[in-house]
Design a protein around this ligand. Structure first.
Ligand code: FES
Length: 254
C-alpha cells in the first residue's frame, strides 16, 4: 500500500524542570508519512526545532520495540495513545488523519514528578521492586524442570503477569494515580510459582508499603489501568495482590 503524508498540529507540554510551571506549545507539522512511528514523528519535530536553534522536546525511549517500558506519554488523553495494547513506540502515524490536532502530555501521577517536558521520574517503580519484587532465597543449582511441576494454566497466568514492562501507564490512567496493576503483576508472577512462594507474604506487604511511602493512591476498581496497559495485564492481578496482602497481614506474625 502506498504511503500517505498528513499535515497535523501537535500541542506538546513543555516544562523546564520539576518545579517550573509548564504549558502547552503548538507545532504545525507538514508531510508526515503515515508509515512513521509516533516517536519518529517526534524525532522529525526535534530535528526541525534543533535546526532553527530551539530546544528539542525531551521524551524517553530506549528499545523502541515495546519491551523496555521507557516510552510513554499521554496522547489525546490516553496513556500510550489510541491503539489498544500498544506501547507509544509501536504506535504509527497511520492511526491519525490529515488535519488532526494531537495533544501530547507527560504521565501524570503524584508519584511521577515531571523531570522535563514529557519525561517523568518513574524511579518510584524501581523502589517498589527493590522493596520486595524479587526472589532472594538460595535455590541451589538449576534442577531439571520436570522435578518442579507447575500446572500449565498456572504457568500461563504467571507468564501473562510477567509480561508487565513497568511503563507506569496504569498509574497515569488511574484517577487515584495508583500503580496497583504494576504491583499486582509483579506480585502475581512471583507468588504463583513455587520459587516465589517462600517470600510471598513479605513481598506483598513491603511492596504495598513502599507504594504508600511514594505517595501513590489506592485502587478503587476504576479499571482505567486495564484499558491502557500496553501488555494487556488484567485487573485480576490486583485482586490476587489484595488476597496476597490480606493473607500476609493476617499471618505474617505467626
Ligand atoms: S521504547 Fe521500549 S517499550 Fe517503548
Amino acid at each position: 500500500m502506498a504511503s500517505k503524508t498528513i499535515n497535523i498540529l501537535v500541542k506538546i507540554w513543555r516544562q523546564n524542570d520539576t518545579t517550573a510551571e509548564g504549558a502547552f506549545e503548538e507545532y504545525p507539522l507538514r508531510d508526515i508519512s503515515t508509515d512513521m512511528s509516533f516517536l519518529e514523528m517526534m524525532d522529525v519535530l526535534n530535528e526541525w526545532l534543533t535546526r532553527k536553534g530551539s530546544e528539542p522536546i525531551a521524551f524517553d525511549s530506549d528499545c523502541r520495540e515495546g519491551i523496555c517500558g521507557m516510552c510513554g506519554v499521554v496522547v489525546n488523553g490516553t496513556a500510550h495513545g489510541p491503539q489498544k495494547e500498544t506501547t507509544l513506540c509501536q504506535l504509527h502515524m497511520r492511526q491519525f488523519h490529515d488535519g488532526d490536532t494531537i495533544v501530547i502530555e507527560p504521565f501524570r501521577s503524584r508519584g511521577f514528578p515531571v523531570v522535563k517536558d514529557l519525561i517523568v521520574d518513574r524511579s518510584a517503580l524501581d523502589r517498589i521492586i527493590q522493596a520486595g519484587g524479587y526472589i532472594s532465597v538460595n535455590t541451589g543449582s538449576p534442577r531439571d524442570a520436570n522435578t518442579i511441576l507447575v500446572p500449565q494454566h498456572v504457568a500461563e497466568t504467571a507468564m501473562d503477569a510477567a509480561s508487565c514492562i513497568g511503563c507506569g501507564a496504569c498509574a497515569a490512567a488511574c484517577p487515584n494515580g495508583t500503580p496497583m496493576l504494576f504491583l499486582g503483576a509483579k506480585v502475581s508472577h512471583l507468588a504463583l510459582l513455587p520459587q516465589g512462594k517462600l517470600e510471598a507474604k513479605k513481598r506483598a506487604i513491603e511492596m504495598v508499603l513502599q507504594m504508600d511511602r511514594d505517595g501513590f493512591g489506592n485502587c478503587s476498581n476504576e479499571r482505567e489501568c486495564e484499558n491502557v496497559c500496553p501488555k494487556g495485564i488484567k485487573i485480576s492481578n490486583i485482586a490476587r495482590l489484595n488476597r496476597e496482602f490480606l493473607k500476609a497481614s493476617f499471618t505474617l506474625a505467626e
